[in-house]
Write a protein that binds this ligand. Structure first.
Ligand SMILES: Nc1ncnc2c1ncn2[C@@H]1O[C@H](COP(=O)(O)OP(=O)(O)OP(=O)(O)O)[C@@H](O)[C@H]1O
Length: 334
């Protein structure tokens, strides 16, 4: 199921025969890509495109086809059908120059445990062709980005699993790629490293990097991604912004306001607020329905406060887990 309106926009994603309508500025354009392993169609007609500065999430359970998709995008595996363009050039396993646009951070670590963090980065930076002051400067920069500057002198074997993941991300950034691909970067990492990884991604996107982020954690997709494609059994089931995906459910956000005062007057005032679909008095509270409650919240509270001394405000939002269940009939987490 694909939202047609979403399909019309540049920087979109679909499955099936319909082609995306990418724009010239897109860093990545994937068109109707397929890949089989024997009888299994691991990727089944995936199309998507990503703009500079955009974080695009591939959200799906284990085995959905996320890793196979990004392995093809990185040029490590050939599609059976379809095309992939990165920075306007065709990506194939035989292509060399185009791969410089991509920073791939796989799930598996590729680090030397006996070397220090900085030594690992220096080694990989040299492989990328960096030398001298530029190398030193870039190594310092990526250590800052992943929050490991203060541990750069320690051997990697003394790092936590999360710190190793962060160093792996730093390696993927050394050559200043225009598209960073992160494959489930927070699986099995401690909360501190998880947060550092999420903050790094936000900072990189803020600087204009395009990011393709695969995850089966709904909260990460919601926090990081400008647009999200929900993928299952090799097909993109739906794609769009969080709000566009939630709209598939046909349900809206709800805000409950409780307090003392004139509930009916408060409800009438709130009903006039822009973005509010309806407001009713229910069970001694004002129950408000809005498409985007956080965006309208300040105005809702101001309108209600003219008639109520507010004691509590509670927002309930439908989430992507429910969208996934609705589209596939199964839970996102297995
Ligand atoms: N090299 C391979 N040979 C055979 N089957 C494969 C191969 N790679 C992937 N598959 C199968 O293709 C399907 C998609 O796998 P893929 O790794 O792309 O999913 P995923 O969404 O990344 O899941 P995970 O988070 O578990 O990696 C799975 O059924 C998997 O078993």
């Amino acid at each position: 199921m694909v939202d047609d309106r979403v399909r019309e926009e540049p920087g979109t994603a679909t499955s099936g025969p319909a082609a995306a309508t990418p724009s010239k500025q897109d860093v990545l354009v994937v068109t109707s890509v397929e890949r089989r392993f024997g009888d299994l169609k691991a990727v089944d007609g995936v199309s998507l495109s990503i703009r500079p500065g955009e974080t695009f999430g591939l959200l799906g359970p284990n085995g959905a086809g996320k890793t196979t998709t990004i392995t093809m995008i990185a040029g490590l595996l050939a599609p059976d059908r379809g095309t992939i363009e990165v920075a306007g050039e065709r990506m194939l396993p035989s292509a060399v120059a185009v791969k410089r646009h991509i920073g791939l951070v796989p799930q598996d670590l590729a680090l030397y445990p006996d070397l220090k963090g900085r030594e690992n980065l220096r080694y990989f930076a040299r492989l990328q062709g960096l030398r001298g002051a530029d190398l030193k400067h870039r190594v310092d920069e990526v250590l800052e980005v992943v929050g490991l500057a203060d541990r750069a002198k320690d051997p990697v074997k003394e790092y936590s699993g999360g710190m190793k993941r962060r160093l792996n991300i730093a390696v993927g950034l050394l050559h200043r790629p225009s598209l960073l691909i992160l494959d489930e970067p927070t699986v099995g990492v401690d909360p501190q490293s998880r947060n550092a990884i999420l903050e790094s991604v936000e900072a990189l996107a803020g600087e204009g990097m395009a990011v393709l982020y695969t995850t089966h954690y709904m909260e990460e997709a919601e926090r990081l991604c400008d647009r999200i494609a929900i993928i299952d059994t090799g097909r993109i089931q739906a794609a769009g912004t969080r709000s566009e995906l939630i709209r598939i459910l046909g349900s809206s956000d709800q805000v409950r306001l409780s307090g003392t005062g004139d509930l009916r007057a408060a409800s009438s005032a709130v009903a006039q607020v822009r973005g509010v679909e309806r407001a009713d008095v229910t069970d001694g509270e004002v129950l408000v329905t809005a498409a985007d409650a956080p965006a309208a919240l300040a105005a809702i509270v101001t309108a209600a406060s003219a008639h109520l001394e507010l004691a509590d405000v509670e927002i309930t939002r439908p989430d992507l887990e429910q969208v996934f269940l609705h589209l596939t009939g199964k839970a996102l987490r297995d």
